[in-house]
Design a protein around this ligand. Structure first.
Ligand code: SF4
Length: 215
């Protein structure tokens, strides 16, 4: 708190407002259009986002990087890929010299690209019909890790399978199964899938195993 004003919450509100502006707009009722980001993340999360959404908590401006670039549209109009009567819709951050580029904010330098970013980039290479793709991760202290990827058909077939699954479950109004991963700890639906965070107890493992300090 500084003076009468809580500057932290002012900044959080600002980030949240910009985030809402930059979000890819989804028409929840149009289940024949599936957005690529919905199938590279947990399908249950995407289902809740459409049927009974909770607001996501954004933690910093790095979360907004990709959305800001998409909004500037460096040659990257959204594109659709037909899967029978379903449209898979994707949008890249940038198209440069016939290569697709994605930019992501990250806490630290990475040895490997994140799996959902690889799936997203690979699918974009099929949707935009390009053979080269690059993901650039940028940390808060301006370090970058860059990875280049060639397109892979099997990986895209997995995306197509997930598009069909999400479409079917939305039609049948059935909640997708849990997909436990590191994504869960930051997911706004954690308490629906697992337990109320406030009920979690701190367990002293040493004490439980009888190695507690007896002095
Ligand atoms: S908590 Fe995990 S399993 Fe549940 S919706 Fe979120 S990402 Fe999916």
């Amino acid at each position: 708190m500084m003076g009468d004003r809580d500057f932290r919450s002012i900044v959080e509100n600002a980030i949240s407002s910009i985030g809402k502006e930059l979000n890819i707009e989804i028409d929840s009722a149009d289940i024949q259009t599936i957005h690529l980001h919905e199938v590279v993340q947990c399908l249950r999360r995407s289902y809740y986002d459409r049927i009974d959404p909770l607001e996501i908590e954004r933690r910093g401006f790095s979360d907004l990087l990709s959305g800001l670039l998409r909004r500037l549209q460096y040659g990257s109009e959204p594109k659709e890929f037909a899967i029978e009567d379903i449209r898979l819709k994707g949008q890249v951050d940038m198209l440069v010299d016939d290569s697709i580029m994605l930019f992501r904010g990250t806490a630290g330098e990475l040895d490997n690209p994140l799996a959902n970013d690889v799936l997203y980039l690979n699918a974009c290479m099929w949707i935009y019909d390009k053979s080269d793709g690059i993901i650039v991760y940028i940390t808060g202290d301006k370090k970058e890790s860059t990875f280049s990827i060639s397109r892979n058909k099997k990986m895209f077939e997995e995306i197509i399978r997930r598009v069909r699954v999400l479409n079917d479950l939305l039609k049948e109004q059935k909640i997708p199964i849990l997909e436990p991963s590191t994504e869960c700890s930051e997911c706004q639906y954690y308490e629906r899938c697992f337990m109320k965070k406030k009920n979690a107890k701190h367990l002293d493992l040493a004490e439980m195993l009888g190695f507690g300090n007896k002095e």
